[in-house]
Design a protein around this ligand. Structure first.
Ligand SMILES: [Zn+2]
Length: 273
C-alpha cells in the first residue's frame, strides 16, 4: 500500500424499508452513512422466492431503483451508493433466482442461506431428526450448493446458523467443522466470490461475527483472497457497526483490501480502520 492511497470505510450489507424487516428509509441510511464518515454504502434488500413465504413479493425492484436514484441525486459525490440484493438461496428455486437476476440488474449480489428445504436454520422444526453435527453439516452443504451456482458476488454471513444454533446446540467451534469449511473454501477458490465478515452477531448479543475469526483465518490459509464487510444494519443505529473490529479481523488474517462493486464489476480498495 502506498502512502497516497486512500483508505476506505464501507458497509456492504444494509437494509431499508425496501426489505420486509427494514426499519429505515434509504435516505435515512445514507444520511447516517455521511454522518459517520462511510465512503460507500451497499444496500442489500431481501429477495425471497419461496411461494409459501408471506413476504415473497414484498421486494419491489422499480421502487428500490427509484429510491436509490433519488438518494444518488441528493448525496452526489459525498457517498457512493450501491444497489445490491440479498438473495435467499434454496436449491429447489435456483432456476427462479437465475431468471430473476437475468432480468434485474444490480451492482452486486449476496448469496444467503437462511433456510434449508423450507425450514429456518436451527429452529425446532429444522433440528427435528438431526444431530448437532448433521444440523451444521446440512447447512454447510447448502452454502456449498449456493457457491457452486456462480450467481453470487458474496458469500453472506457464513455460520449464520449460529444465530439460533448456539441456543439450540450449545457453543459452536469451527475447528470441529474444519473439513466442511475447507471443502467449501476449495469450491470458492478460482471464483471471484468474496467472503463476508458480517458484524450482526456482535449487535445481536452473540458476541461473534459471522463467520468466526478462526473461520476467516482458515479461509486465508485455504487461499481465499477476497473479503467483504457488512453490518447487516436494518436501522441507521446499526450502520457501520463494529467496522473497526471487522477491519482489524480482516487485516489480522492478511487481508488489507475490501471489495466494492459497481454494476457487478469488482474493485478492491484499501481498508480503513
Ligand atoms: Zn441474511
Amino acid at each position: 500500500m502506498t502512502n497516497e492511497e486512500k483508505l476506505y470505510s464501507v458497509d456492504y450489507q444494509v437494509h431499508s424499508y425496501c426489505s420486509h424487516d427494514g426499519r429505515s428509509s434509504i435516505h435515512e441510511q445514507c444520511l447516517r452513512a455521511v454522518r459517520i464518515g462511510l465512503d460507500e454504502i451497499g444496500f442489500t434488500e431481501h429477495k425471497d422466492f419461496d411461494p409459501f413465504d408471506p413476504e415473497v413479493d414484498y421486494f419491489d425492484y422499480d421502487r428500490y431503483r427509484k429510491e436509490i436514484d433519488d438518494a444518488r441525486n441528493v448525496f452526489g459525490s459525498a457517498l457512493k451508493i450501491r444497489a445490491g440484493i440479498e438473495i435467499d438461496y434454496q436449491i429447489w428455486f435456483e432456476d427462479r433466482i437465475a431468471t430473476y437476476l437475468d432480468r434485474h440488474p444490480f451492482d452486486f449480489v449476496l448469496g444467503s442461506v437462511h433456510y434449508v428445504n423450507r425450514k429456518m436454520l436451527m429452529t425446532d422444526d429444522y433440528n427435528r431428526g438431526r444431530t448437532r453435527d448433521s444440523a451444521y453439516r446440512d447447512y454447510f452443504s447448502a452454502v456449498k450448493d449456493s457457491v457452486k451456482t456462480g450467481m453470487f458476488d458474496v458469500l453472506a454471513h457464513l455460520e449464520y446458523a449460529n444465530r439460533r444454533g448456539v441456543s439450540a446446540w450449545g457453543p459452536y467451534d469451527p475447528h470441529h467443522f474444519e473439513a466442511e469449511l475447507l471443502d467449501l473454501f476449495a469450491c470458492m477458490s478460482g471464483t471471484p466470490m468474496a467472503l463476508e465478515i458480517n458484524t450482526a452477531g456482535l449487535h445481536q448479543g452473540l458476541g461473534i461475527t459471522y463467520p468466526h475469526l478462526y473461520t476467516v483465518q482458515l479461509f486465508a490459509r485455504a487461499g481465499g483472497n477476497r473479503i467483504s464487510i457488512g453490518s447487516d444494519a436494518h436501522h441507521p443505529d446499526q450502520l457501520g457497526h463494529a467496522y473497526g473490529h471487522a477491519a482489524d479481523m480482516a487485516r489480522s488474517c492478511g487481508f488489507d483490501r475490501v471489495c466494492t462493486w459497481n454494476e457487478r464489476q469488482l474493485t478492491e480498495v484499501p481498508i480503513s480502520a
